[in-house]
Design a protein around this ligand. Structure first.
Ligand code: NAP
Length: 669
């Protein structure tokens, strides 16, 4: 391994989508798939898992910068896929952007560690000696990424980013039709030497017996048609080993024109723009494209007219010509498939714009190039239309009329589970009714109106911060969604045991674990000198009525429960005038802070605050202040320290509990 394998077998010739000329020949013949899996498991996985989440996230950022510097090479190659410059932007820069985004989310939201703490500690026993905590640890196998042909770069990078942050090596299998572009990008990734050996491998061509070598420690993440997905899901090894299987399949996404929207309104124009954009970007070869335009029955004519006007102005042809707005499909086979799907749709829908079989492309020929006109259809019977079942993976959309909001929701659900649906409306009432009806059938839902249109990323763009995937027909999978996507490559485990034992395992001080009262105030220690469990138990302080009066005077917070004894008595929570919660927090700081100039640089936040027992004049408070967790920041001269802060009264009752976050300098700054 660690080399490029050239197949000696005759491969499949891939043709330029615009000119029809051959661009590449691919074959995976002769590859030893068992060797590939072993290499990933035995070389890639250990190398990646030696690193922390932050180290891997920084590696991803470096990789993104490296690829971005070479982006023009990828744009040049992308032309052969039939894409326009803006189509390629989504694929190339959108894909690289995913590396940056996941890298940044991981460094902000994950610890600089090799395990991830999931949620809060669970209290499992009366005396606190037995407790629970969920954690995530990276799986020890390989991620097999089987991708569709429509996004040769983005499709690869959006899966690679979370897998690599988790520390899992990847075997990438791109859709054959555009694998030549994926291959060039992978070549550059390898040349960069940024990733450790075994972190990525590429298969151009079939996967042979690859899946036979997988176990429960591996993951297959598939993007493509529902038919292929189903076949792979039923693979005996995947079924028997319970190999993780994520499926992103095809989807009959809808866009609903709200019943409130009038043809002369801004929202009507937004609807038309959204449909046209989704039909023509990547020539409609997007899993998220709008296949079904669900329109109030009394607006069908207006929508037909407006769509026809706009689509009539879209120039189709060779993207080298600056006037061209829509390029070619990825290949002649793909065009044949789309034409055949349109034939099936025609059984119960009629074409109201475009001719699927005729086009005169600009600066190109439709005999050799995979060009096709945008096609709009109108469903004859909205409730029983093939548009709810058949995906034409190209510039094809069907208008489906509805009578009222409930009907619109029913039609949206006929997609049997979709990646994304959108509603164009300016009415909060329509939005609430329709969106709550749609949500259970969709992975993502966009509500679009004039207020957000300028900054909206649109119906068709999956974003690294948000989950991508949908129920039912869409595959039932979930990808991206920031750190959620990273967790797909890790195992969640419920840990149970004593607080001390679980603190030792997780590296986080849990409630009930031993506190280490140190001679030196922890505020005098540098980041790397502070130990988990380091504790200050402060002096005691009485809270007086004068304190409450003074705090009210200083802050202007004269809420009746602090100021008026009788009114406070009428409040079911209190037995008289009560101290401000914020007074307690301030007084607590006065107790635990060491005032001199030292390594603690700033208080950067306060989280998980709860007030539990009221504090009355005459009560005496004391603070236990314990280092709970440390987050190293590799690129900074300081790290973040989280302190468990508990305020107790003279009876030992907890009055308030929260995490104080501080920035603490390293000694080597
Ligand atoms: P496809 O024919 O299902 O192929 C998808 C991938 O599976 C390709 O890499 C393909 O390789 C591979 N494959 C096919 N048969 C296989 C087998 N027996 N074992 C292992 N791998 C196999 O889909 P496509 O034509 O490439 O892509 C278009 C479809 O993908 C559309 O239906 C679209 O809706 C869907 N899609 C979904 C998403 C999403 O995120 N939900 C995104 C993009 C596309 P070859 O190319 O070598 O056959």
């Amino acid at each position: 391994m660690d080399n490029w394998h050239l197949s000696s077998e005759t491969g499949v010739i891939l043709n330029n989508a615009i000119s029809g000329e051959p661009v590449a020949e691919i074959s995976s013949g002769g590859l030893d798939f068992q060797d590939m899996v072993d290499y990933a498991r035995n070389v890639g996985n250990p190398a990646l898992q030696k690193m922390t989440f932050h180290q891997r996230a920084l590696m991803l950022k470096q990789l993104g910068l490296y690829l971005m510097e070479r982006k023009e090479l990828f744009y040049e190659c992308s032309k052969a896929t039939g894409a326009t410059r803006s189509d390629s932007w989504v694929d190339i820069e959108g894909g690289i952007g995913t590396l940056f985004s996941i890298s940044s989310k991981a460094r902000i939201e994950m610890p600089n560690s090799t395990i991830y703490i999931d949620g809060q500690q669970e209290s499992l026993s009366r005396h606190g000696t037995f407790t629970g905590q969920h954690i995530y640890t990276p799986i020890r196998g390989v991620a097999v990424h089987i991708n569709a042909y429509n996004f040769p770069c983005w499709g690869m990078l959006e899966k690679l980013a979370p897998a690599l942050v988790a520390g899992v090596p990847c075997i990438i299998k791109p859709g054959s039709q555009t694998a030549f572009l994926t291959e060039i990008m992978v070549q550059h990734m390898v040349q960069s030497e940024i990733l450790p050996a075994g972190a990525i491998q590429l298969i151009c061509g079939g996967v042979g017996d690859l899946l036979d070598h997988l176990t429960y420690e591996d993951i297959v993440s598939f993007t493509g048609s529902a038919a292929t997905g189903l076949k792979l899901k039923q693979h005996p090894v995947i079924a028997k080993q319970s190999t993780r299987f994520v499926m992103e399949a095809d989807s009959l996404n809808c866009c609903i024109l709200g019943s409130d929207v009038k043809p002369e309104s801004v929202e009507f124009d937004l609807f038309i723009k959204e449909i046209v954009r989704e039909m023509t970007t990547k020539a409609g070869q997007k899993c998220t494209a709008i296949r079904r335009a669900i329109v109030p029955d009394n607006k069908v004519d207006a929508v037909t007219q407006a769509l026809s006007d706009k689509l009539g102005k879209i120039n189709v042809g060779n993207p080298d010509n600056e006037s061209v707005r829509m390029g070619a499909l990825a290949g002649l086979r793909q065009r044949k498939d789309v034409r055949s799907a349109v034939q099936q749709l025609r059984l119960d829908s009629r074409i109201i714009f475009g001719d699927p079989d005729q086009i005169t492309p600009i600066d190109a020929s439709s005999d050799t190039g995979a060009f096709m006109s945008p096609v709009v259809m109108l469903a004859e019977n909205p409730d029983h239309s093939s548009a709810h079942d058949i995906e034409a993976f190209g510039p094809v959309s069907t208008i489906i009329p509805y009578v009222d909001n409930e009907h619109a929701v029913q039609l949206a659900a006929r997609g049997k589970g979709s990646l994304v649906g959108s509603l164009i409306t300016n009415s909060p009432d329509v939005a609430r009714q329709v969106i709550l009806g749609m949500a259970p059938h969709h992975g993502r839902v966009l509500v679009l109106n004039d207020a957000c249109a300028k900054e909206s990323t649109g119906h068709g763009s999956p974003l690294p911060q948000l989950i991508h995937g949908g129920p039912g027909r869409a595959g039932g999978g979930e990808e991206l969604g920031g750190v959620r996507g990273v967790k797909h490559y890790m195992q969640r485990t419920a840990l149970q045991g004593s607080p001390d034992m679980l603190s030792a395992v997780t590296g986080v001080h849990l409630q009930g674990a031993t506190r280490k009262i140190s001679d030196v105030h922890p505020f005098k220690k540098h980041f790397e000198e502070i130990e988990i469990g380091d504790t200050v138990v402060t002096d005691k302080r009485e809270i007086t009525l004068d304190d409450i009066e003074a705090f009210a005077e200083l802050t202007g917070d004269t809420f009746y429960a602090h100021m008026d004894h009788q009114a406070a008595l009428r409040n079911p929570f209190f037995d008289g005038r009560v101290a401000h919660g914020y007074l307690l927090i301030s007084a607590a700081a006065g107790l635990f802070v060491w005032p001199g100039e030292g390594p603690v640089l700033a208080n950067t936040g306060l989280e998980n605050l709860s007030f539990q027992t009221p504090v009355y004049p005459g009560d005496i408070i004391q603070v236990q202040f314990t280092c709970k967790q440390k987050k190293d920041r590799l690129t900074e001269i300081w790290g973040e320290v989280r302190w468990d802060t508990t305020i107790v009264n003279q009876n030992g009752e907890i009055c308030a509990q929260y995490d104080v976050l501080t920035g603490v300098a390293n000694s080597l700054q």
